[in-house]
Design a binder for this molecule. Structure first.
Ligand code: TTP
Ligand code: MG
Length: 399
């Protein structure tokens, strides 16, 4: 069977996501909480739920919910203020285990990572075996449980880890990709959010299978330049590599457009989307960046980069976007008619953002920018990726 698979179908990617992470750590440190409803989050009047144990979820409590509402739904739960330092410690233990399996570990947040274990397959026999081993090691060494998804690419692995939580292990067989994806709602596709979903629904497209079977010309008015991208995802195709994060180098995001693009509003919308992605990754790793870089490639493969340092470190979407936009506009002034094949933005000069709790120190970012980012992060974390994005990102070309 393996002989019929393309190279990218032979990769073995694991996505690991810890179960009710903060709450599980609290239960670990106080055994009397085991099996009880536990809610971790801000306890003040404007606090929100960071996470809830599975026992508390039965009462309808979930992440990003106002704490007051959680208390009404589940008055008997234990309410606990986050202890970030402790969660970081446990996270480091978990990531140490990951690196025993492969050096190709891409952390997405404290409790979540992609592992490319293609080269470790021989050693462990099968992907399923590796999955089981990882889960067992996590349980043994840290006392916590994780859900694991295995597939030949990141997109499928991530969906797989989510469908049998908690303590799940799901393997997507390359020959069963359509059976796995087709029945899922289109909202499971990264980037299809509240604004786009209704437009697809209006076309009668509710499931990934329906999107897969829809002609690109029908999708374009709604999904624009990203139609091809979404249709590839709907087919279970995702060639992105696992990118091991070296916490000191750079974070970037770039796209090659299906067709070269010259319209400024669309290019800016793409840039904003990238600023969101980059800044979200900075925040997930509690980093700040001091320099913004924009990369532009024209149809003749001529590539330019433009960079500039910020007055102070930042991880705010708005701050990074403003700088990227300024860099882009400066280039655009003298290249108004040049179509663009590839557009990217990134950041360098990364440093630790500190505790990230309250102090704003000499940050460039306003409090309201930070607050907006936090709300976006909590919702986006919950739903995988790009569930909500800033207004401009949703701007699409009209047919
Ligand atoms: P998640 O992996 O999204 O949630 P979880 O691990 O608590 O539960 P599960 O994966 O089993 O569904 O997030 C990991 C941690 O990140 C979570 O324990 C707390 C924190 N977090 C927040 O602080 N705010 C949020 O809105 C979310 C979603 C998570
Ligand atoms: Mg989790």
């Amino acid at each position: 069977m393996g002989d019929f698979l393309t190279d990218s179908e032979k990769r073995a990617i694991v996505h690991v996501d810890m179960d009710a992470f903060y709450a599980s750590v609290e239960c670990l440190d106080d055994r009397s909480l085991t099996g009880q409803p536990v809610v971790v989050g801000g306890l003040g009047s404007r606090g929100v739920v960071a996470t809830a144990s599975y026992a508390a979820r039965k009462f309808g409590v979930h992440s990003a919910m106002p704490m007051g509402r959680a208390r009404r739904l589940c008055p008997s739960a234990h309410y606990i203020k986050p202890r970030m330092q402790r969660y970081r410690e446990k996270s480091a233990e978990v990531f140490t285990i990951f690196r025993d399996f492969t050096p190709l570990v891409e952390g997405l947040s404290l409790d979540e990572a992609f592992l490319d274990v293609s080269a470790s397959l021989k050693l462990f026999g099968s992907p399923e075996n590796i999955g089981r081993e990882i889960k067992q090691r996590i349980r043994q060494d840290t006392g916590l449980t994780a859900s694991v998804g295995l597939a030949h690419n990141k997109f499928l692995a991530k969906l797989a880890s989510d469908i049998r939580k908690p303590d799940g292990l799901v393997l997507v067989d390359p020959e069963q990709v359509h059976a796995f994806l087709d029945p899922m709602p289109i909202s499971r596709l990264w980037g299809i959010g509240k604004r786009t979903a209704p437009k697809l629904k209006a076309l009668g497209i509710l499931t990934i299978g329906q999107l897969r079977r829809t002609d690109l010309s029908v999708l374009r008015p709604v999904l624009g330049n990203r139609s091809g991208h979404y249709q590839r995802l709907a087919n279970g195709i995702d060639d992105r590599e696992v990118e091991p994060v070296r916490p000191d180098k750079s974070i970037s995001h770039e796209v090659t457009f299906d067709t070269d693009l010259a319209e400024r509003p669309e290019l800016l919308a793409e840039l904003q989307r990238q600023a969101e992605s980059v800044s979200r990754r900075l925040r997930a790793q509690r980093l700040m960046a001091s320099t913004v870089v924009v990369k532009i490639r024209d149809p003749g493969f001529h590539t330019v980069t433009r960079s500039r340092s910020l007055r102070a470190g930042s991880n705010s979407t708005q701050t990074l976007y403003r700088m990227a936009r300024a860099l882009f506009e400066k280039w655009h002034e003298s290249h108004k008619t040049t179509a663009i094949r590839l557009l990217g933005m990134g950041v360098t000069g990364l440093e630790d953002a500190g505790s990230g709790d309250h102090d704003t120190g000499d940050r460039l970012d306003s409090n309201s920018d930070q607050q907006i980012d936090r709300v976006f992060d909590s919702i986006n974390q919950r739903y995988g990726d790009a569930k909500i994005v800033h207004g401009q990102t949703l701007r699409r070309k009209k047919p």
